[in-house]
Ligand binder design. Structure first.
Ligand SMILES: Cc1ncc(COP(=O)(O)O)c(C=O)c1O
Length: 410
C-alpha cells in the first residue's frame, strides 16, 4: 500500500537507508572512483544536515548506477537502492496498475532518457529476436509526440513517422493511424514501435490506444507499445478512471513518467518502467566492473534523485495525491469557464491541466509578460498555460484581466 508517512518517519527511513549504504565514509572503500561531496565546498554541517534527508543524501553522494529491480546490482549503496525499488514499485503498481512484482524500472535523467531507453530496448528486441533490419523498424506516434522520439530515431537509426491528429482533440485519429501504417507497410516496414501519449507536451492530449491496436492487429504486424506519460503520469491516473494507457492494458509494455514535472521533484528524476523480462535487451555485458552490469542508458546517476521522489510520494500517500490533483483540476476548470465566457478558442483535454490558447487571441507581449509557452517560437499558433502548484487563481485572474483587452500592459 502507498501510505502517507509523517516527516519524522520519512527522515528515519532515509537516514536508516544511508546507514545501510557502505558509502564513502565506510572504512574500506578504496576502489570507487568517487567520494562524498567536497567538504570545502559542501560543508557537512550537522546543524544543517541532521534534519535534511535529501541534502544529506546529496552530500553522501550514493551512486545508483544500474537497475536495482533486477536480481543483481551494486552492493555499496544497498540502503538507498532499496528506496529506489520502493519508488519504482509505487509508480508501476499503485499508479500505473501493474501486478505485484511484474515490472522493472529505474530513475532516469528525465523523460527524454526514459523514452530513449524504451525505444532502444524494442529496437534491439526486433533485431535480436527477428533479425530485423533497421529500415524495417519504424517508430510511430502522434504528430504532437515529444521531440525525444525524433531524437531516438536519429540516434538509433530508425524511421520516425508522425501520425496526423484531430484538430479538435489534438489526439490521433483512426484515419491518421491507418494512413501512416499503410504507407510504412508499403515501404517494407515490418516492425512498429508505438509511442502513445498520456498528455502531450503542448496540448495535454491523450491518445486512444485501440486505434493503433486495430490497425496493427488486423494487418498481423509486429509491434511494441510504449506510453509517454512524462507529463501525464503523475496527473492523468488521478484525474481520470481511464486505464487504457497503463499496465492494466496487456498491450502496454513500458511507461515513461517524470517526477521533475508534475511531482515537483528536482531535475534528474525521470521514471522508466517496463514489464519484467525486457531490460535484458538493453543489457551491456561489457560493463564488467559494475556488479550486475548495466541495463540503463545513463550509467552513473545520483541516488539523491531517487530519494527525492520517494520522499515526495511518502509525504502525500495515494489519497493525498488525489487531493493535490483534484485542486489543480478545479483551478483548470475555473480558467476554462472564464475562457468560455470570453469566447476564447482553446484546447484542453477535460482531465488535464494544460490549456492551450489560439494565438490569434494573444499578442507576443502578453505571452512574454505572463510566461506562456508557444508551440513554435518563430511562428506561434498556440500558447499554453500549465496549471501547476504555483499557478494560482490570482495569477490566472490577472492574466484574464490583462490578456484579452486592447489596452497595452504597463
Ligand atoms: C510528454 C513529454 N515527454 C517527454 C518529455 C521530455 O522530458 P525531459 O525534458 O525530462 O527529458 C517531455 C518534456 O516536456 C514531455 O512533455
Amino acid at each position: 500500500m502507498w501510505k502517507k508517512l509523517n516527516q519524522s518517519l520519512i527522515r528515519e527511513r532515509v537516514f536508516g537507508a544511508l546507514r545501510k549504504n557502505r558509502g564513502f565514509r565506510g572504512e574500506n572503500v578504496l576502489g570507487l572512483p568517487a567520494s562524498f561531496l567536497d567538504t570545502k565546498v559542501f560543508s557537512p554541517d550537522h546543524t544543517l544536515l541532521d534534519n535534511a534527508p535529501f541534502l544529506s543524501t546529496m552530500v553522501e553522494n550514493p551512486n545508483h548506477i544500474g537497475c536495482h529491480t533486477l536480481s543483481q546490482s551494486e552492493t555499496y549503496f544497498e540502503g538507498t537502492h532499496a528506496l529506489e525499488r520502493e519508488t519504482i514499485r509505487i509508480c508501476a503498481e499503485e499508479i500505473m496498475g501493474a501486478q505485484e512484482n511484474s515490472c522493472d524500472g529505474y530513475v532516469a535523467s528525465g523523460g527524454t532518457e526514459a523514452n530513449l531507453q524504451a525505444i532502444w530496448i524494442y529496437r534491439n528486441y526486433f533485431v535480436q529476436e527477428f533479425g530485423a533490419k533497421h529500415e524495417e523498424i519504424a517508430i510511430i506516434g502522434s504528430e504532437h509526440t515529444h521531440y525525444s522520439t525524433a531524437k531516438a530515431a536519429n540516434l538509433l537509426h530508425l524511421r520516425w513517422s508522425p501520425v496526423e491528429t484531430s484538430e479538435e482533440t489534438m489526439a490521433i485519429t483512426q484515419e491518421g493511424v491507418e494512413k501512416t501504417i499503410g504507407y510504412l507497410e508499403k515501404q517494407g516496414v515490418r516492425y512498429f514501435i508505438v509511442v502513445a501519449n498520456m498528455m502531450t507536451t503542448m496540448f495535454g492530449s491523450v491518445d486512444n490506444i485501440d486505434m493503433y491496436l486495430d490497425a496493427l492487429l488486423k494487418r498481423n504486424l509486429s509491434f511494441k507499445i510504449h506510453v509517454d506519460a512524462a507529463f501525464g503520469g503523475f496527473y492523468f491516473p488521478f484525474s481520470s478512471n481511464d486505464m487504457q494507457l497503463t499496465f492494466n492494458n496487456p498491450h502496454v509494455n513500458s511507461i515513461t513518467m517524470d517526477a521533475h514535472k508534475m511531482a515537483q521533484a528536482p531535475y534528474g528524476t525521470g521514471i522508466f518502467l517496463i514489464r519484467k523480462g525486457w531490460m535484458q535487451y538493453a543489457h551491456t555485458k561489457e560493463a564488467s566492473y559494475v556488479e550486475g552490469q548495466d541495463s540503463t542508458l545513463i550509467g552513473s546517476r545520483s541516488g539523491a534523485n531517487a530519494i527525492a521522489v520517494w520522499m515526495i510520494l511518502m509525504t502525500y500517500g495515494k489519497f493525498g495525491w488525489h487531493e493535490k490533483i483534484f485542486v489543480l483540476q478545479k483551478r483548470t476548470d475555473w480558467l476554462c469557464d472564464k475562457l468560455n465566457d470570453r469566447e476564447i478558442r482553446y484546447c484542453r483535454h477535460p482531465k488535464s491541466n494544460i490549456v492551450t490558447i489560439d494565438s490569434s487571441h494573444l499578442s507576443r507581449e502578453v505571452a512574454a509578460t505572463f510566461g506562456l509557452v508557444p508551440d513554435n517560437y518563430n511562428a506561434p499558433k498556440w500558447y499554453k498555460i500549465v496549471v501547476m502548484e504555483h499557478v494560482e487563481i490570482e495569477h490566472l485572474e490577472r492574466f484574464l484581466e490583462n490578456a484579452f483587452c486592447e489596452v497595452a500592459l504597463p
